[in-house]
Design a protein around this ligand. Structure first.
Ligand code: MLT
Length: 315
């Protein structure tokens, strides 16, 4: 059986699949039309976030039995189209948790102290000592929206920085909140009290555009926002307006509604820190997710075992 690795993945991915006796083709960077032609020949495909699998590509995948996402978000894959064709879709939800959480914390610190802006200014030979006055994190309130795998690690690190942590997560129960040491609050209370807000939710009908004119108006003036989840959680035009008015003091953004984002309404804004969807891009995380995705595909093709199948009950 043949497996296509359609995105850049650590070499451990190919090695693991071959070790399990599968034939592997490593072909990252294909254009959609090319992927559509190529995919016809494979029983399984492994992707990260660059190779998208919309319905027409799934339709063209005549032999496809399984898709693995070396990462957690499956919003780049048409899961319904896969389910309709009885193709199992699996992700690796835990492999990049710590890396993503650490990036969110790094972004929060960079926002608090204007580190990227101060770095660029100092390299340019300016000595703008008074321009870059920041704020302390100690004693400030962090609102964590989505307190699952990644959000709970961010909360833990923030408590280590002596921040107060409020969490909004409709599926978290009181016992889990106690275990984590966070205060579970309704969304409005989080908006009203948080100095910093960070998102760790997947993109769905409920979270799309959840940060918009109306929700921004309920936040503290001068709130700082970190988004390492999915770009479309923010209604980006509304956020830009709030950044201009000072209602939002700063935004640290790793994700965008359209990616790759080579142009964006946030780019060039003095109070925006932007990174190119790299929260999970550490050597450590990429080895883990690449190995896990390969093992999951091999387990499924060779033994029929489904691990972290997001449509497992339907196929
Ligand atoms: C994920 O969904 O796992 C992260 O956003 C990482 C990525 O897409 O590269």
């Amino acid at each position: 059986m043949k497996v296509l690795i359609a995105d850049k993945a650590d070499a451990i991915c190919e090695k693991t699949l071959k070790h399990r006796g599968l034939e592997v083709v490593y072909k990252p960077g294909m254009k959609p039309e090319e992927l559509k032609n190529e995919i016809a020949d494979y029983e399984a495909v492994i992707v990260r976030s660059a190779a998208r699998l919309p319905a027409d590509i799934i339709e063209a995948a005549k032999k496809l039995k399984a898709v693995a996402r070396a990462g957690s978000g499956v919003d780049t894959i048409d899961v319904n189209a896969c389910t309709a064709k009885k193709v199992v879709v699996m992700n690796t939800p835990f492999g990049n948790t710590v890396s993503t959480a650490e990036h969110a914390v790094a972004m929060m610190m960079a926002l608090a102290r204007h580190i990227p802006q101060a770095n660029a200014s100092t390299h340019a030979g300016k000595w703008e000592k008074s321009k870059f006055e920041g704020v302390e994190l100690t004693g400030k309130t962090l609102g964590v929206i989505g307190c699952g795998n990644v959000g709970s690690v961010v909360a833990d690190r923030a408590m280590g920085l002596k921040m107060k942590v409020l969490a909004y997560d409709p599926v978290m129960n009181a016992e889990r909140a106690r275990e984590l040491g966070v205060k579970m609050v309704p969304l409005d209370e989080l908006f009203a009290q948080a100095d910093f807000i960070t998102f760790h939710v997947s993109l769905n009908d409920k979270t799309k555009n959840m940060i918009n004119k109306e929700s921004i108006a309920r936040m503290k003036k001068g709130v700082r926002i970190i988004n390492c989840a999915r770009g479309a959680i923010l209604a980006e035009a509304d956020v830009k307006e709030a950044l201009e008015s000072g209602q939002i003091a700063g935004l640290a953004c790793d994700v965008y509604s359209k990616e790759p984002a080579t142009e964006h309404i946030f780019f060039g804004m003095p109070n925006v820190i932007a990174t190119p969807h790299i929260a999970a891009s550490t050597k450590d995380a990429q080895i883990t997710v690449a190995r896990q995705a390969a093992e999951q595909i091999a387990d499924f093709l060779l033994e029929g075992k489904k691990t972290h199948a997001v449509n497992g009950d339907k196929v």
